[in-house]
Design a protein around this ligand. Structure first.
Ligand code: GP9
Ligand code: MN
Length: 632
């Protein structure tokens, strides 16, 4: 007969104790990391308890599977893999302020490259995050070796652990739902997911999402494009045609300014302007001060995607990697069809961010990369070719090239970790508690000097009469991790609203024949393409565009971030909370309900087009549409 006493002999008790200790230390470690290394914004005691509880189900799951597959060795392997997973996320988080997604893993080589900065994200104290691995090894392999086999985990016990993980996870999820309903629908909010279900469960969830998106393309069919086109056509306001064609036939130089945020414009440090040249220059062109970046994990490449397609980038991974083989109706393609020589200039490796492949899909005629510049060690630093030389060489190339041309230049020097050679530092470091922000001021100042050299020489050249410049920031340079330092510099508390407003990047359209104006319209990078085609007076037949001409006074003012937040004329909606856009005061949530809904709707639609590769059906759909109209 089974009795508890018989079952609970010394060995069993020992075994349970070992389980408990190993599970316990991993639990403590994971809780520590989630609570102290990631900034998950825990808002109340209930959330703190959920955060403390949520590692448990995933620990049961991974140890259970480990034991099931490989007994105590399997448990140890799970321990090590779990620890590595946590640590890799820590490194990623330090650099990107985000969690790893599966599509990002496909870019490992790329990520490794990002690391002029790798030493900056490693910390010697990280070694303590692995001390517990030794304890686990000791418990599993060295403790009481003669009796080892008797109290070591049996495989079927692994199965039990893995099964227990399920009710634990259900409890976790129900508990989390008390704070946030439909949690698993909010796929875009990784911080929230990790806060509520824990990092390891989040990864399981991400794997499910990955499977789903991979299915989407296979199952897609041409009918799915129809509602998208209908929606977008409906939303198209009557074109006001303001400034239509003012730059007709002109060359375009689009300059993507690395990590350049609007807060540096007209701002000072130690009494000196951070961007003196740009500050003056913007008075002579059309300057937008409510223009936001809309990028996610793909960073610069996402901003390129937004400009080229007027569609949103993806929430997981960089579309430059995940969907470079899709069919697109890119802006370069359109401009080439209109007689332009279209090219990108960027002094980095051709393959970085998979650019060489994606640029073909977008229809660029040429790509001047690292190998096309005469880069010497004296002219390089950190990320590579210094902006001043890059700009001047690029200008030389543009002078020579076929006209009209569309060249997109991408700067590099003002990139994390924002290092510069001593003789290029034109301003003293900042004095905040963040070295990153302190150095950022210097690289921003340097970039402005490089811009000055370019524009001054441009004005002397014969390009000046028939070329417009479009200068914009690609994304933030200073992440949320440096909020405190930003607060010190800007002398105010950086709450969610301020953090949101810091996502503004400068946009300037400049050139002969362009009259100066300050434009306060609320827009984002998704609006660049329609704005540009309007100025160039080019008919754009692609109906699948989410942006609206920024010059149009009647335009819908709505800027949607990749997180599902938004800004419109009156409000800013962040994570379900509504603020007055001008004052930053919190207002009734109802005021933002429609904005949130629109945001979700458009992001989903844009995702559907990309995941389903739906633009391959564009011709077919339009043909059907025309037939329908003629029949009517
Ligand atoms: C480098 C450039 C910068 O080629 O894309 O990288 P990012 O800003 O995307 O990290
Ligand atoms: Mn960038």
């Amino acid at each position: 007969m089974f009795t508890f006493k018989k079952y609970m002999n010394k060995q069993t008790a020992m075994k349970l104790a070992i389980y408990a200790v190993i599970i316990g230390i991993f639990w403590i470690k994971m809780s520590y990391i989630q609570g102290n290394i990631f900034s998950l914004k825990v808002e109340n005691a209930n959330e703190a308890s959920i955060l403390a509880f949520n590692p448990l189900s995933s620990i049961f799951l991974i140890f259970g599977i480990g034991i099931l597959l490989g007994g105590r060795k399997g448990m140890f392997v799970s321990y090590i893999l779990g620890s590595i997973l946590l640590y890799v996320n820590i490194l990623f988080y330090r650099e990107y302020n985000d969690f790893i997604t599966i599509p990002m893993l496909n870019q490992v080589a790329n990520l490794a490259d990002l690391g002029g900065s790798i030493t900056t994200i490693l910390s010697p104290t990280d070694i303590f995050l692995f001390v517990d691995v030794l304890i686990a090894a000791f418990l599993l392999f060295y403790l009481n070796p003669e009796k080892l086999t008797q109290f070591m985990p049996k495989r079927r016990e692994g199965l039990i652990l893995a099964i227990v993980a399920i009710p634990l996870f259900i409890v976790n999820l129900q508990w989390a739902e008390t704070e946030r309903t439909d949690l698993l629908e909010r796929t875009f909010d990784r911080n929230m997911l990790v806060k509520y279900i824990g990092l390891i469960n989040y990864h399981v969830y991400d794997a499910v999402l990955q499977g789903k998106t991979e299915m989407t393309k296979t199952l897609a069919d041409s009918n799915e494009l129809v509602p998208v086109i209908n929606y977008l056509n409906e939303k198209k306001e009557e074109d006001s045609d303001r400034l239509e064609g003012v730059a007709e036939g002109k060359n375009v130089i689009a300059i993507s300014m690395e990590s350049t945020q609007t807060f540096v414009v007209d701002n000072t440090l130690h009494g000196e302007e951070l961007t003196p040249y740009f500050n003056d220059m913007k008075e002579e062109g059309i300057y937008f001060d409510n223009f936001y970046h809309q990028v996610k994990q793909g960073r610069t490449s996402d901003s390129e995607f937004l400009l080229a397609n007027s569609m949103y980038p993806l929430n997981r991974g960089a579309v430059f990697f995940t969907h470079s083989e899709n069919e697109y109706q890119g802006l370069p393609n359109l401009l080439s069809d209109n007689g332009y020589f279209t090219n990108v200039m960027h002094a980095n490796d051709k393959t970085f961010w998979n650019r060489n492949v994606m640029y073909d899909s977008l229809g660029y005629d040429d790509f001047f990369s690292k190998e096309d510049y005469e880069i010497t060690p004296e002219k390089s630093f950190g990320w590579g070719y210094l902006d001043e030389y890059f700009f001047l060489d690029s200008l030389d190339k543009m002078k020579q090239m076929d006209k009209p041309f569309y060249s997109k230049l991408i700067t590099l020097t003002n990139h994390y970790p924002f290092d510069l050679p001593e003789d290029k530092k034109l301003i003293e470091e900042g004095e905040t508690n963040s070295g990153t922000l302190n150095r950022y001021f210097q690289t921003i100042r340097y970039q402005d000097e490089a811009l000055k050299q370019l524009v001054e020489e441009f004005k002397q050249s014969n390009l000046y009469d028939n070329t417009i410049l479009v200068i914009y920031g690609d994304h933030f340079g200073i992440s949320e991790n440096h909020q405190k330092a930003m607060g010190q510099y800007l002398d105010k508390e950086i709450n969610d609203y301020e953090q949101f407003q810091l996502q503004r990047v400068p946009l300037l359209i400049y050139g002969k024949g362009i009259d100066a104006e300050k434009n306060h319209t609320v827009g984002g990078q998704v609006d660049l393409r329609p704005t540009l085609t309007n100025l160039l007076g080019i008919e754009d037949p692609n109906p699948v565009q989410f942006g609206h001409d920024l010059m149009d006074p009647e335009r819908r003012q709505l800027m949607i971030t990749r997180d599902g937040d938004f800004a419109n004329e009156d409000y800013v909606g962040i994570q379900g909370v509504c603020y007055d856009r001008e004052t930053g005061e919190e207002v009734e949530a109802d005021a933002c309900a429609e904005g949130f809904e629109k945001a979700q709707e458009e992001l989903e639609m844009s995702d559907e087009v990309i995941y389903g590769d739906l633009l391959r059906y564009l011709d077919e759909t339009q043909m059907l549409d025309e037939e329908a109209t003629t029949e009517e």
